[in-house]
Design a protein around this ligand. Structure first.
Ligand code: PMP
Length: 382
Protein backbone atom coordinates (compact mmCIF):
# COMPACT_ATOMS: atom_id res chain seq x y z
CA UNK A 1 0.00 0.00 0.00
CA UNK A 2 1.41 3.38 -0.95
CA UNK A 3 2.47 5.96 1.64
CA UNK A 4 0.14 8.45 -0.03
CA UNK A 5 -2.82 6.45 1.15
CA UNK A 6 -1.40 5.68 4.58
CA UNK A 7 -1.10 9.40 5.19
CA UNK A 8 -4.86 9.57 5.70
CA UNK A 9 -5.07 6.69 8.14
CA UNK A 10 -5.04 7.48 11.82
CA UNK A 11 -2.79 5.52 14.15
CA UNK A 12 -5.59 3.08 15.00
CA UNK A 13 -6.13 2.03 11.39
CA UNK A 14 -2.41 1.89 10.75
CA UNK A 15 -1.94 -0.52 13.63
CA UNK A 16 -4.74 -2.97 12.67
CA UNK A 17 -3.90 -6.46 11.40
CA UNK A 18 -7.21 -7.49 9.83
CA UNK A 19 -8.47 -11.06 9.65
CA UNK A 20 -8.25 -12.79 6.28
CA UNK A 21 -11.36 -14.90 5.67
CA UNK A 22 -11.31 -18.15 3.68
CA UNK A 23 -11.57 -17.81 -0.08
CA UNK A 24 -15.06 -17.59 -1.68
CA UNK A 25 -14.14 -18.37 -5.30
CA UNK A 26 -16.37 -16.93 -8.02
CA UNK A 27 -14.57 -18.07 -11.14
CA UNK A 28 -14.28 -21.83 -10.82
CA UNK A 29 -16.43 -24.56 -9.35
CA UNK A 30 -14.67 -26.18 -6.41
CA UNK A 31 -15.59 -28.84 -3.92
CA UNK A 32 -15.59 -26.16 -1.27
CA UNK A 33 -14.36 -27.45 2.08
CA UNK A 34 -12.58 -24.33 3.31
CA UNK A 35 -14.97 -22.21 5.42
CA UNK A 36 -16.95 -24.69 7.52
CA UNK A 37 -20.25 -23.92 5.84
CA UNK A 38 -22.99 -26.52 6.20
CA UNK A 39 -23.30 -28.62 3.01
CA UNK A 40 -27.06 -28.95 3.44
CA UNK A 41 -29.62 -26.23 2.67
CA UNK A 42 -31.42 -24.25 5.35
CA UNK A 43 -34.82 -25.49 6.49
CA UNK A 44 -37.66 -24.72 4.04
CA UNK A 45 -39.33 -22.85 6.93
CA UNK A 46 -36.44 -20.37 6.84
CA UNK A 47 -36.91 -19.54 3.17
CA UNK A 48 -40.66 -19.22 3.70
CA UNK A 49 -40.15 -16.79 6.60
CA UNK A 50 -37.67 -14.69 4.61
CA UNK A 51 -39.96 -14.51 1.58
CA UNK A 52 -42.81 -13.47 3.86
CA UNK A 53 -40.67 -10.74 5.43
CA UNK A 54 -39.54 -9.45 2.02
CA UNK A 55 -42.45 -7.06 1.57
CA UNK A 56 -43.52 -3.45 2.07
CA UNK A 57 -42.24 -3.48 5.64
CA UNK A 58 -38.69 -3.32 4.34
CA UNK A 59 -39.10 0.46 4.15
CA UNK A 60 -39.13 0.42 7.95
CA UNK A 61 -36.11 -0.16 10.18
CA UNK A 62 -36.00 -3.57 11.81
CA UNK A 63 -36.69 -4.07 15.51
CA UNK A 64 -33.37 -2.96 17.07
CA UNK A 65 -33.91 -5.30 20.03
CA UNK A 66 -34.67 -8.35 17.80
CA UNK A 67 -37.52 -9.08 20.23
CA UNK A 68 -39.18 -12.02 18.47
CA UNK A 69 -35.90 -13.65 17.54
CA UNK A 70 -34.67 -13.36 21.12
CA UNK A 71 -37.95 -14.80 22.42
CA UNK A 72 -37.61 -17.74 20.05
CA UNK A 73 -34.00 -18.33 21.12
CA UNK A 74 -34.96 -18.03 24.80
CA UNK A 75 -37.80 -20.55 24.43
CA UNK A 76 -35.59 -22.98 22.50
CA UNK A 77 -32.75 -22.92 25.03
CA UNK A 78 -34.75 -22.50 28.24
CA UNK A 79 -33.46 -19.03 29.15
CA UNK A 80 -35.04 -15.60 29.48
CA UNK A 81 -35.11 -13.13 26.57
CA UNK A 82 -33.03 -10.64 28.58
CA UNK A 83 -30.28 -13.29 28.67
CA UNK A 84 -30.05 -13.24 24.86
CA UNK A 85 -28.27 -10.84 22.49
CA UNK A 86 -28.49 -11.14 18.69
CA UNK A 87 -25.96 -9.72 16.25
CA UNK A 88 -24.72 -9.69 12.67
CA UNK A 89 -22.97 -13.04 12.77
CA UNK A 90 -21.16 -14.26 15.83
CA UNK A 91 -18.09 -12.38 14.59
CA UNK A 92 -19.89 -9.16 15.47
CA UNK A 93 -21.04 -10.54 18.81
CA UNK A 94 -17.47 -11.59 19.61
CA UNK A 95 -16.11 -8.19 18.58
CA UNK A 96 -18.57 -6.49 20.95
CA UNK A 97 -17.72 -8.94 23.73
CA UNK A 98 -13.97 -8.27 23.42
CA UNK A 99 -14.68 -4.54 23.60
CA UNK A 100 -17.13 -4.85 26.49
CA UNK A 101 -15.56 -7.36 28.88
CA UNK A 102 -11.80 -7.71 28.52
CA UNK A 103 -9.44 -5.35 30.33
CA UNK A 104 -8.33 -2.72 27.85
CA UNK A 105 -5.33 -0.45 27.61
CA UNK A 106 -1.83 -1.22 26.44
CA UNK A 107 1.07 0.19 28.45
CA UNK A 108 1.75 3.58 26.92
CA UNK A 109 -1.05 2.93 24.46
CA UNK A 110 -3.94 5.00 23.26
CA UNK A 111 -7.18 5.80 24.99
CA UNK A 112 -8.37 5.11 28.50
CA UNK A 113 -6.42 2.57 30.43
CA UNK A 114 -8.41 0.13 32.50
CA UNK A 115 -7.28 -0.02 36.14
CA UNK A 116 -5.88 -3.52 35.79
CA UNK A 117 -5.20 -4.13 32.11
CA UNK A 118 -4.06 -7.67 32.66
CA UNK A 119 -3.88 -9.65 29.41
CA UNK A 120 -6.86 -11.63 28.20
CA UNK A 121 -5.98 -15.29 27.69
CA UNK A 122 -6.76 -17.58 24.78
CA UNK A 123 -5.09 -20.66 23.27
CA UNK A 124 -2.12 -20.13 20.93
CA UNK A 125 -3.91 -22.27 18.39
CA UNK A 126 -7.45 -21.00 18.07
CA UNK A 127 -9.77 -18.85 15.97
CA UNK A 128 -7.45 -16.33 14.36
CA UNK A 129 -9.97 -13.51 14.67
CA UNK A 130 -9.35 -13.22 18.43
CA UNK A 131 -6.03 -11.34 18.25
CA UNK A 132 -7.63 -9.08 15.62
CA UNK A 133 -10.46 -8.06 17.97
CA UNK A 134 -7.92 -7.57 20.74
CA UNK A 135 -5.96 -5.26 18.44
CA UNK A 136 -9.07 -3.31 17.54
CA UNK A 137 -9.97 -2.58 21.16
CA UNK A 138 -6.46 -2.28 22.64
CA UNK A 139 -6.98 -5.40 24.70
CA UNK A 140 -3.64 -6.84 25.83
CA UNK A 141 -3.62 -10.61 25.41
CA UNK A 142 -1.48 -13.67 25.92
CA UNK A 143 -1.63 -16.82 23.84
CA UNK A 144 -1.56 -19.88 26.09
CA UNK A 145 0.18 -22.83 24.38
CA UNK A 146 -1.99 -25.90 23.84
CA UNK A 147 -0.38 -29.27 24.54
CA UNK A 148 1.59 -31.18 21.90
CA UNK A 149 -1.59 -33.13 21.04
CA UNK A 150 -3.41 -29.75 20.65
CA UNK A 151 -5.58 -30.31 23.71
CA UNK A 152 -6.18 -27.40 26.11
CA UNK A 153 -5.00 -27.64 29.71
CA UNK A 154 -7.68 -25.72 31.62
CA UNK A 155 -5.33 -25.27 34.60
CA UNK A 156 -3.27 -22.85 32.49
CA UNK A 157 -6.21 -20.42 32.74
CA UNK A 158 -6.46 -20.46 36.53
CA UNK A 159 -4.35 -17.34 36.96
CA UNK A 160 -4.95 -13.56 37.09
CA UNK A 161 -5.96 -12.27 33.66
CA UNK A 162 -8.10 -9.69 31.90
CA UNK A 163 -10.57 -12.45 30.96
CA UNK A 164 -10.59 -15.69 28.97
CA UNK A 165 -11.98 -16.78 25.63
CA UNK A 166 -11.99 -20.40 24.49
CA UNK A 167 -13.96 -22.02 21.66
CA UNK A 168 -15.57 -25.33 22.49
CA UNK A 169 -14.75 -27.29 20.41
CA UNK A 170 -11.58 -25.38 19.63
CA UNK A 171 -10.94 -24.22 16.08
CA UNK A 172 -9.22 -25.19 13.86
CA UNK A 173 -8.29 -28.33 15.81
CA UNK A 174 -11.85 -29.50 16.51
CA UNK A 175 -10.82 -30.68 20.00
CA UNK A 176 -13.49 -30.25 22.70
CA UNK A 177 -13.14 -29.57 26.43
CA UNK A 178 -15.38 -31.06 29.12
CA UNK A 179 -17.89 -28.54 30.49
CA UNK A 180 -16.56 -29.10 34.02
CA UNK A 181 -13.12 -27.75 33.07
CA UNK A 182 -14.53 -24.57 31.54
CA UNK A 183 -16.75 -24.11 34.59
CA UNK A 184 -13.71 -24.37 36.84
CA UNK A 185 -12.15 -21.47 34.90
CA UNK A 186 -15.44 -19.54 35.17
CA UNK A 187 -15.52 -20.03 38.94
CA UNK A 188 -11.88 -19.03 39.31
CA UNK A 189 -12.46 -15.80 37.35
CA UNK A 190 -15.63 -15.04 39.31
CA UNK A 191 -13.90 -15.49 42.69
CA UNK A 192 -10.66 -13.83 41.65
CA UNK A 193 -9.77 -10.74 43.65
CA UNK A 194 -6.51 -8.83 43.73
CA UNK A 195 -6.06 -6.52 46.74
CA UNK A 196 -3.31 -4.51 45.04
CA UNK A 197 -5.08 -3.73 41.80
CA UNK A 198 -8.55 -4.04 43.35
CA UNK A 199 -9.39 -6.08 40.27
CA UNK A 200 -12.12 -8.63 40.81
CA UNK A 201 -14.31 -10.83 38.69
CA UNK A 202 -13.50 -11.42 35.05
CA UNK A 203 -15.52 -12.81 32.18
CA UNK A 204 -15.07 -16.10 30.35
CA UNK A 205 -16.42 -16.22 26.82
CA UNK A 206 -17.07 -19.68 25.45
CA UNK A 207 -17.40 -19.61 21.67
CA UNK A 208 -19.84 -22.41 20.86
CA UNK A 209 -19.81 -21.89 17.07
CA UNK A 210 -19.36 -25.65 16.52
CA UNK A 211 -20.71 -27.14 19.76
CA UNK A 212 -23.79 -28.67 18.08
CA UNK A 213 -21.45 -31.13 16.34
CA UNK A 214 -20.24 -32.77 19.50
CA UNK A 215 -19.08 -30.58 22.42
CA UNK A 216 -20.90 -30.10 25.71
CA UNK A 217 -22.72 -26.76 25.69
CA UNK A 218 -22.37 -24.51 28.74
CA UNK A 219 -25.90 -23.16 28.31
CA UNK A 220 -27.26 -25.08 31.34
CA UNK A 221 -24.80 -23.21 33.57
CA UNK A 222 -25.32 -19.56 32.74
CA UNK A 223 -27.65 -18.93 35.71
CA UNK A 224 -25.01 -20.29 38.10
CA UNK A 225 -22.17 -18.32 36.49
CA UNK A 226 -22.90 -14.61 35.97
CA UNK A 227 -19.48 -14.10 34.32
CA UNK A 228 -20.03 -16.77 31.65
CA UNK A 229 -20.99 -15.65 28.15
CA UNK A 230 -21.71 -18.31 25.52
CA UNK A 231 -21.58 -17.26 21.87
CA UNK A 232 -23.43 -19.08 19.08
CA UNK A 233 -23.92 -18.85 15.34
CA UNK A 234 -26.44 -19.95 12.75
CA UNK A 235 -23.69 -20.04 10.12
CA UNK A 236 -22.66 -23.65 10.76
CA UNK A 237 -25.37 -25.62 12.51
CA UNK A 238 -28.16 -23.51 10.92
CA UNK A 239 -26.85 -23.63 7.29
CA UNK A 240 -27.13 -19.83 7.23
CA UNK A 241 -23.64 -18.39 6.82
CA UNK A 242 -25.11 -16.06 4.18
CA UNK A 243 -27.73 -14.59 6.52
CA UNK A 244 -25.24 -13.37 9.13
CA UNK A 245 -26.89 -14.10 12.47
CA UNK A 246 -25.10 -14.93 15.68
CA UNK A 247 -26.16 -14.64 19.29
CA UNK A 248 -24.88 -14.64 22.83
CA UNK A 249 -26.51 -16.12 25.91
CA UNK A 250 -25.47 -15.12 29.41
CA UNK A 251 -26.39 -13.11 32.47
CA UNK A 252 -28.64 -10.10 31.75
CA UNK A 253 -25.86 -7.75 32.92
CA UNK A 254 -23.48 -9.15 30.29
CA UNK A 255 -26.20 -8.84 27.66
CA UNK A 256 -26.73 -5.21 28.67
CA UNK A 257 -22.99 -4.65 28.16
CA UNK A 258 -23.29 -5.99 24.61
CA UNK A 259 -26.30 -3.76 23.95
CA UNK A 260 -24.26 -0.74 25.05
CA UNK A 261 -21.57 -1.68 22.52
CA UNK A 262 -24.11 -2.23 19.74
CA UNK A 263 -25.91 1.03 20.41
CA UNK A 264 -22.63 2.90 20.29
CA UNK A 265 -21.98 1.47 16.85
CA UNK A 266 -25.07 0.46 14.85
CA UNK A 267 -28.54 0.12 16.34
CA UNK A 268 -29.78 -2.18 13.57
CA UNK A 269 -27.18 -4.83 12.86
CA UNK A 270 -29.72 -7.61 12.22
CA UNK A 271 -32.00 -6.78 9.31
CA UNK A 272 -35.67 -7.74 8.92
CA UNK A 273 -35.02 -10.72 6.65
CA UNK A 274 -32.29 -12.03 8.95
CA UNK A 275 -34.46 -11.74 12.06
CA UNK A 276 -37.32 -13.60 10.38
CA UNK A 277 -35.11 -16.32 8.86
CA UNK A 278 -33.11 -16.86 12.02
CA UNK A 279 -36.21 -17.25 14.19
CA UNK A 280 -37.59 -19.87 11.77
CA UNK A 281 -34.28 -21.75 11.87
CA UNK A 282 -34.13 -21.81 15.66
CA UNK A 283 -37.70 -23.12 15.80
CA UNK A 284 -37.15 -26.00 13.34
CA UNK A 285 -35.19 -28.28 15.64
CA UNK A 286 -36.30 -31.52 13.94
CA UNK A 287 -34.86 -30.44 10.58
CA UNK A 288 -31.55 -29.28 12.02
CA UNK A 289 -31.11 -32.26 14.34
CA UNK A 290 -31.30 -34.47 11.24
CA UNK A 291 -28.82 -32.31 9.29
CA UNK A 292 -26.37 -32.25 12.21
CA UNK A 293 -26.58 -36.04 12.61
CA UNK A 294 -25.74 -36.47 8.90
CA UNK A 295 -22.69 -34.17 9.16
CA UNK A 296 -21.46 -36.04 12.24
CA UNK A 297 -21.89 -39.44 10.55
CA UNK A 298 -19.96 -38.24 7.48
CA UNK A 299 -17.22 -36.76 9.67
CA UNK A 300 -16.76 -40.05 11.50
CA UNK A 301 -16.70 -42.05 8.27
CA UNK A 302 -14.13 -39.71 6.69
CA UNK A 303 -11.99 -39.73 9.83
CA UNK A 304 -11.85 -43.54 9.80
CA UNK A 305 -11.04 -43.66 6.06
CA UNK A 306 -8.24 -41.08 6.32
CA UNK A 307 -6.74 -42.75 9.36
CA UNK A 308 -6.66 -46.05 7.47
CA UNK A 309 -4.77 -44.28 4.63
CA UNK A 310 -2.09 -43.09 7.07
CA UNK A 311 -3.21 -39.50 7.61
CA UNK A 312 -3.09 -38.03 11.09
CA UNK A 313 -6.61 -36.88 11.99
CA UNK A 314 -7.30 -35.08 15.26
CA UNK A 315 -10.46 -36.29 17.04
CA UNK A 316 -13.04 -33.69 16.04
CA UNK A 317 -16.23 -32.53 17.75
CA UNK A 318 -16.87 -29.99 14.98
CA UNK A 319 -18.09 -29.92 11.35
CA UNK A 320 -14.49 -30.01 10.14
CA UNK A 321 -11.41 -32.15 10.63
CA UNK A 322 -7.80 -31.14 11.11
CA UNK A 323 -5.51 -33.48 9.23
CA UNK A 324 -1.88 -34.08 8.36
CA UNK A 325 -0.65 -35.80 5.22
CA UNK A 326 1.76 -38.68 5.94
CA UNK A 327 4.50 -37.09 3.79
CA UNK A 328 3.58 -33.70 2.36
CA UNK A 329 3.72 -30.34 4.03
CA UNK A 330 0.44 -28.54 4.60
CA UNK A 331 1.21 -26.11 1.78
CA UNK A 332 1.97 -28.94 -0.67
CA UNK A 333 -1.14 -30.89 0.27
CA UNK A 334 -3.25 -27.74 -0.05
CA UNK A 335 -1.92 -27.11 -3.57
CA UNK A 336 -2.41 -30.73 -4.66
CA UNK A 337 -6.05 -30.58 -3.57
CA UNK A 338 -6.64 -27.13 -5.07
CA UNK A 339 -5.23 -28.23 -8.44
CA UNK A 340 -7.75 -31.06 -8.35
CA UNK A 341 -10.65 -28.76 -7.62
CA UNK A 342 -10.88 -29.18 -3.84
CA UNK A 343 -10.55 -26.19 -1.54
CA UNK A 344 -9.38 -26.75 2.04
CA UNK A 345 -7.94 -24.26 4.53
CA UNK A 346 -4.25 -23.99 5.29
CA UNK A 347 -3.00 -21.81 8.15
CA UNK A 348 0.63 -20.91 7.72
CA UNK A 349 1.09 -20.53 11.47
CA UNK A 350 3.59 -21.98 13.93
CA UNK A 351 2.85 -25.56 15.01
CA UNK A 352 0.02 -26.14 12.52
CA UNK A 353 1.62 -25.38 9.15
CA UNK A 354 1.63 -29.10 8.29
CA UNK A 355 -2.11 -29.46 8.85
CA UNK A 356 -5.13 -28.67 6.71
CA UNK A 357 -8.59 -27.94 8.03
CA UNK A 358 -11.20 -29.69 5.93
CA UNK A 359 -14.89 -28.86 6.35
CA UNK A 360 -17.32 -31.76 6.20
CA UNK A 361 -19.28 -31.67 2.94
CA UNK A 362 -21.97 -33.99 1.60
CA UNK A 363 -21.13 -37.67 1.32
CA UNK A 364 -20.57 -37.26 -2.43
CA UNK A 365 -18.20 -34.32 -1.91
CA UNK A 366 -16.27 -36.21 0.73
CA UNK A 367 -15.97 -39.23 -1.57
CA UNK A 368 -14.33 -37.00 -4.19
CA UNK A 369 -12.03 -35.68 -1.46
CA UNK A 370 -11.20 -39.17 -0.18
CA UNK A 371 -10.38 -40.36 -3.72
CA UNK A 372 -7.85 -37.57 -4.10
CA UNK A 373 -6.41 -38.28 -0.67
CA UNK A 374 -6.02 -41.94 -1.58
CA UNK A 375 -4.12 -40.99 -4.76
CA UNK A 376 -1.79 -38.57 -3.03
CA UNK A 377 -1.12 -40.91 -0.09
CA UNK A 378 -0.21 -43.61 -2.61
CA UNK A 379 2.21 -41.18 -4.27
CA UNK A 380 0.33 -40.88 -7.58
CA UNK A 381 1.06 -37.15 -7.75
CA UNK A 382 4.82 -37.56 -7.56
N1 PMP B 1 -16.20 -18.53 16.02
C1 PMP B 1 -15.45 -19.46 15.42
C2 PMP B 1 -14.60 -20.37 16.24
C3 PMP B 1 -15.48 -19.58 14.01
O1 PMP B 1 -14.72 -20.48 13.39
C4 PMP B 1 -16.31 -18.70 13.26
C5 PMP B 1 -16.40 -18.82 11.75
N2 PMP B 1 -15.35 -18.28 11.04
C6 PMP B 1 -17.03 -17.73 13.95
C7 PMP B 1 -16.98 -17.69 15.32
C8 PMP B 1 -17.84 -16.69 13.22
O2 PMP B 1 -18.96 -17.16 12.57
P1 PMP B 1 -20.09 -16.20 12.07
O3 PMP B 1 -19.59 -14.78 12.10
O4 PMP B 1 -20.38 -16.65 10.67
O5 PMP B 1 -21.25 -16.38 13.00
Amino acid sequence: MSDLRNRYWNTRVQSLSPYIPGEQPRDRKFVKLNTNENPYPPSPAVIEAIVKAAGDDLRRYPDPACTELRQTIAARYGVKPDQVFAGNGSDEVLAFAFGAFFASGLPGGRGDTDKAARPALFPDITYSFYPVYAGLWDVPYRRVPVRADFSINYEDYLKPSGGVIIPNPNAPTGRPLPAAELLTIAQYLEDYHDDDTRESGRVIIVDEAYSAFGAESLLPYIDAHPNLLTVHTLSKMGSLAGLRVGFAIGDAVLIEGLCRMRDSFNSYPVDRLAQAGAAAAIADTAYYDAVTAKVIATRDRVTAALTAMGFEVLPSAANFIFIRHPEKTGAEFFTILRDRGILARHFNHDRIADFLRVSIGTDDEMDVFLDECRKTAAGADQ
